[in-house]
Ligand binder design. Structure first.
Ligand code: ZN
Length: 289
């Protein structure tokens, strides 16, 4: 009998696959072993069921997205995590993450963590920049469990990764989303007879209420090498609505005349900080050529 499932983790030649009826420890069919990276965490696979606990991976279904660092397939959404304070949030860094995430074909939301360290109006003004740009913003204080249900709800039907600079509380956030992660690894290790943490690769975990989350931070590589100046324009989601009215199709929204994006900045429809960061990212990309 065959079924479909998702590869949750790889461990010493075995793959742990989540199916409708639970976890199966799987080996790939011979031909799938020959090609490096043929099976990635996050892959949707077709499995022949051998018994209640084991199976054989027969096929890997087509991937929607592939992240490079860490290698995970079919991630739908990245949560950009920043701290309200300690470290102070940088909109330039947030915009860099958002551009890289959009370039990888993923949706994004912003999570402002450590909300207990800042005032409501500080959080509000950061939040407004991104809600104006069309992003969902969730405010959390993970160590107190605040906002976790709301975040979990946003992630309940997708596969997601947490991204963001160090020190913002990504690992506390991950443990709050998936409190059973440690236990789950223990159970799988017992079944396969392998020790814990024998893998350095990313792993996916189920959240209570649905959704899968990776335990390793995504987008650790922040260089913009693969993005061209004309790509960048399209990665700013709030620009797209206006740019069709720019005089030139090739408008980079910098010094060109009759630029609808610049007009939207002047009239307050595009946040000036987003636009300033765009210009900085644009210069950085041009200097890479
Ligand atoms: Zn323009």
């Amino acid at each position: 009998m065959r079924c479909q499932g998702t590869v949750m983790r790889a461990c010493g030649g075995f793959y742990c696959v989540l199916t409708e009826s639970g976890f199966l420890t799987c080996k790939p069919r011979g031909r799938l072993r020959l090609v490096k990276d043929e099976i990635l965490v996050g892959d949707k696979v077709e499995v022949s069921i051998v018994d209640a606990d084991t199976g054989i991976i027969e096929n890997v279904l087509e991937r929607k997205t592939v992240l490079s660092r860490p290698r995970i397939a079919n991630v739908d959404l990245a949560v950009v995590v920043v701290a309200a304070r300690r470290p102070d949030p940088s909109t330039f860094l947030i915009d860099r993450y958002l551009a890289l995430i959009a370039h990888s074909g993923l949706d994004a939301i912003l999570c402002i963590n450590k909300a207990d360290l800042a005032t409501d109006s500080e959080i509000q003004s950061l939040s407004e920049i991104y809600t104006t740009a069309g992003y969902d913003v969730v405010v959390t204080a993970a160590i107190y469990g605040r906002g976790i249900d709301e975040l979990r709800q946003r992630l309940s039907s997708v596969t997601s990764v947490l991204a963001g600079p160090s020190g913002v509380g990504k690992s506390v956030l991950f443990r709050s989303l998936c409190p059973d992660a440690e236990t789950e690894i223990g159970e799988v290790s017992r079944k396969t007879g392998r020790g814990r943490h024998t893998t350095r690769h990313a792993q996916l975990f189920r959240m209570e209420g649905g959704g899968l989350v990776a335990d390793s931070p995504g987008f650790s590589y922040l260089r913009l090498d693969d993005i061209s100046p004309s790509d960048l324009r399209l990665l700013y989601r709030e620009f797209r609505y206006y740019m069709q009215n720019c005089r030139f199709n090739s408008c980079l929204h910098r010094a060109e005349p009759d630029c609808a994006v610049k007009e939207a900045v002047s009239s307050g429809h595009i946040h000036p900080e987003r636009y300033e960061n765009y210009l900085k990212l644009l210069s950085e990309i041009e200097s890479l050529d």
